[in-house]
Design a protein around this ligand. Structure first.
Ligand code: GUN
Length: 285
């Protein structure tokens, strides 16, 4: 039967990291230093350890220097804030990434607000979030930006399309909705208190799911021809990864769909490399 085209995030990510590499090499050939990214990991969350390792590997491919700061969960918030302030002041550092979640004794908002917005390569600082909301983005949150790059790859014009975002988190849903609005889609944001979710999804030309619950979006809700972007990364009992969308059924209805793994995940990292390069250019003109 009919089957959606796959959006290969791994392949697109490799292309983008190669483009960043070329731009880094050009600057280095013109007497600029390589961009430098400080990667801060606090605690021993196993998923975070994997994400941080992948980010450092991507830096190597992109020609970006990564500076690693790893601490036990017992690190005090004051010590973390002091580290962030010293990275803000350090002219050899262009980007600061503090991997989330932070241990529960820390105030993540306070940590994020302490990062110099010009070095905020995650795009989480209220300054960068506000810039996106005001249609003048500077450093854009990596995962939603990666979603937009994948949507661009479909060649489908988003202007006036009905987009449904499922999940209203600060990292995925909210900024994804702002990105889609910037692209002039008509955006509906759904969350845990949304009524008649199935009807909202059935009406959508574009579905972006980021809730963190396996098979939360049933495949038969997908409108024939819709584009499905699955931001979920859920580990099942058997150790395998799956998304938030019931993939096997959704793929028989969608025009385009992202796999998990190998969809949005690698795009987040590619956008981080782009942001680090852009921050480096902005700080070292
Ligand atoms: N935790 C989940 N996603 C992200 C991300 O994109 N950046 C950081 N720093 N932490 C995360």
């Amino acid at each position: 039967g009919m089957s959606a085209q796959l959006l290969d995030g791994k392949q697109i990510s490799t292309e983008i990291i190669g483009e960043v590499r070329s731009k880094v090499d050009f600057r280095v050939a013109n007497a600029f230093r390589a961009p430098a990214l400080a990667v801060v990991l606090v605690g021993d969350d196993p998923a975070s350890a994997v994400y941080v390792r992948n980010k450092k590997k991507a830096c190597e491919s992109a020609g970006i220097r990564s500076l690693s700061y790893e601490f036990p969960a017992s690190l005090s918030e004051d010590a973390l804030l002091d580290l962030v302030r010293s990275l803000n002041e350090d002219p050899a550092v262009d980007g600061i990434l503090v991997q989330l979640p932070l241990p529960s004794h820390m105030n993540a908002e306070r940590v994020i607000e302490t990062i110099n917005p010009l070095k905020d390569v995650d795009g989480f600082h209220p300054y960068n979030f506000g810039r996106l909301a005001l249609k003048m983005p500077l450093l854009r949150p990596c995962t939603p930006h990666g979603v937009m790059v994948m949507l661009e790859k479909t060649g489908v014009d988003l202007v006036g399309k009905d987009a449904v975002v499922i999940g209203a988190s600060n990292i995925v849903g909210r900024p994804a909705a702002l990105e889609l609005l910037l692209a002039r889609a008509t955006v509906t944001i759904c969350h845990s208190r949304t009524r008649d979710l199935a009807d909202k999804v059935r009406a959508a030309d574009v579905v972006v799911a980021g809730v963190g619950i396996p098979n939360f979006v049933q495949g038969d809700w997908i409108k024939p021809g819709a584009i499905v972007i699955d931001v979920g990364i859920n580990r099942q009992a058997d150790g395998k990864l799956c998304g938030d969308v019931q993939f096997d059924i959704a793929r028989t209805r969608a025009s385009w769909i992202t796999p998990v793994p190998g969809g949005v995940g690698p795009m987040t990292i590619a956008m981080l490399m782009r942001n680090t390069f852009d921050a480096s250019v902005n700080l070292n003109p």
